[in-house]
Design a binder for this molecule. Structure first.
Ligand SMILES: Nc1nc2c(ncn2[C@@H]2O[C@H](COP(=O)(O)OP(=O)(O)O)[C@@H](O)[C@H]2O)c(=O)[nH]1
Ligand SMILES: [Mg+2]
Length: 437
């Protein structure tokens, strides 16, 4: 069914999740593909567990029925939890009880999909439907005098388990995260901004993360750091990005530092990463793959202040590579990790492009911590790099979107909040570090 596309829009799915709870909807049957035909319906939908059947009319109205038990059972065995629902073309879904009626009016293998006395689809194997529930107010319900459906679909309803990590997805949560970040002050009074270094393979999503963070605080989608997917890294310079908050341009208390990609022969040298972390590299330093930055390099910062050092390192890794990190990348990250550990700089992984790895997440980003696929990738990265699971954050950047949305904001902000908390751990430990590192 992967090549058959669902007619349910993202807002329809959100409305349905109010009625069904967190659930994955798996498309089983689509009348315009499989036929307005009850045998076709049963061949696709029988013995599938809980389902919803949905009719669409040409005015964009949706009328559906849920049942908790299989289609295709013997009628006298049906003891199903059921309800009907309606979703207008714009607005909230409503839920209605089914008039259960005579047991014979429930679907078996021979009859069209039927919900007691209340609703019947595929009448006479055509686009017709019958709904006693709405008979008196049919105009009201369908907006037009329209008894034909343009589409009828059935979905298996797969219950989604409790999340493996908790995150609240409300507007208040977003506000709370923004407040935390805007009012954040580094634990060390001599430092005004947390300095965060992004490291990762070319195309992993470093520049997109910088743009995403900037977009959230500007209030619209922006593209400050050049993002894109080319054969060679687009970023060849060490670039530091400061941010301002939209309304009154207040400076924000963190800096994101973008580097050239790691991994390939043309990638950034490990020595350069360590020099950046120690604060020796000037902004706009042009990386040279043949020789690392050294005290004779123009602009070399000989005695960096604490504020010029890196306070948290973020590895940006494409989720599609999680199960098979290339030997090259793994070797490089493990090598620099042991150096960075000595400097006691906290490290976090952003696992980007999770929207491409799991259908459940593609449908609704709020499912990210319900997804077993993403959880497995997080565990895999943890195993390969020896990084605690709590330090690995699944991520979806703004990469194709023109509008911001709260869910994407909340996931991005959750990473930023976590990073800033780790930065404070760094400052707390800093006094105890040997003075020569
Ligand atoms: N689906 C998806 N694509 C992304 C995401 N983040 C980045 N991309 C894509 O990956 C490409 C490379 O990203 P970029 O930020 O330039 O990577 P960089 O080389 O690490 O700076 C971009 O053109 C985007 O199309 C994401 O979260 N989801
Ligand atoms: Mg880049």
């Amino acid at each position: 069914m992967s090549d058959v596309t669902s007619l349910l829009t993202a807002p329809d799915r959100k409305e349905l999740s109010q009625l069904l709870g967190k659930a994955n909807l798996h498309l089983l049957y689509k009348a315009t593909v499989h036929g307005f035909d009850d045998r076709a319906f049963h061949s696709k939908c029988d013995k599938q567990g809980p389902t919803i059947t949905i009719g669409y009319n040409k005015s964009g109205f949706i009328l559906g029925g849920y049942r908790s038990t299989d289609f295709g059972g013997r009628p006298n065995q049906v003891k199903s939890k059921t309800f009907l629902f309606r979703i207008p073309s714009e607005g909230k879904a409503s839920k209605y009880a089914v008039d259960k009626g005579a047991v014979a009016l429930w679907s078996n293998q021979q009859t069209p999909p039927t919900f007691g006395h209340s609703l019947l689809y595929l009448l006479n194997n055509r686009e017709n439907y019958l709904s006693n529930l709405f008979q008196e107010s049919k105009n009201n319900f369908l907006a037009v005098n329209d008894e034909l459906l343009v589409e009828c679909e059935a979905y298996r309803v797969e219950e989604v388990k409790t999340p493996w990590r908790h995150l609240t997805w409300t507007t208040e949560k977003r506000r709370e995260q923004m407040n935390f970040i805007e009012n954040y002050k580094p634990y060390m009074s001599s430092v005004s901004k947390a300095r965060i270094l992004l490291i990762g393979r070319i195309g992993a999503g470093k520049s997109s993360f910088i743009n995403s963070v900037n977009s959230i605080f500007r209030g619209h989608v922006t593209s400050r750091a050049m993002a894109g997917s080319g054969p060679t890294s687009i970023t060849t310079m060490y670039s530091t990005y400061s941010f301002r908050e939209g309304k009154d341009n207040t400076p924000l208390p963190f800096i994101l530092c973008d580097t050239m990609g790691i991994g390939s022969k043309q990638g950034i040298l490990s020595q350069d990463i360590i020099s950046i972390i120690k604060g020796h590299a000037p902004n706009k330093y042009e990386f040279k793959t043949a020789s690392p930055i050294n005290p004779d390099t123009a602009g070399y910062i000989k005695s960096p202040t604490v504020g010029e050092r890196i306070h948290c390192v973020v590895y940006v890794i494409d989720a599609s590579e999680a199960s098979m990190l290339s030997a090259n990348i793994k070797e490089k990250i493990c090598a620099i990790r042991s150096e960075i550990n000595k400097l006691e700089v906290p490290q976090i992984v952003l696992l980007t492009k999770v929207d491409e790895e799991c259908l459940l997440v593609a449908q609704d980003l709020e499912n990210v911590y319900h997804s077993d696929v993403i959880k497995e990738k997080v565990l895999e990265i943890g195993r390969q790099l020896g990084i605690p699971i709590s330090c690995i954050i699944p991520m979806k950047n703004y990469w194709s979107d023109h509008e911001l949305d709260d869910t994407t904001d909340i996931l991005i902000l959750s990473a930023l909040v976590q990073i800033l908390r780790y930065v404070d751990d760094y400052f707390e430990n800093f006094h105890n570090l040997p003075s020569n590192i």
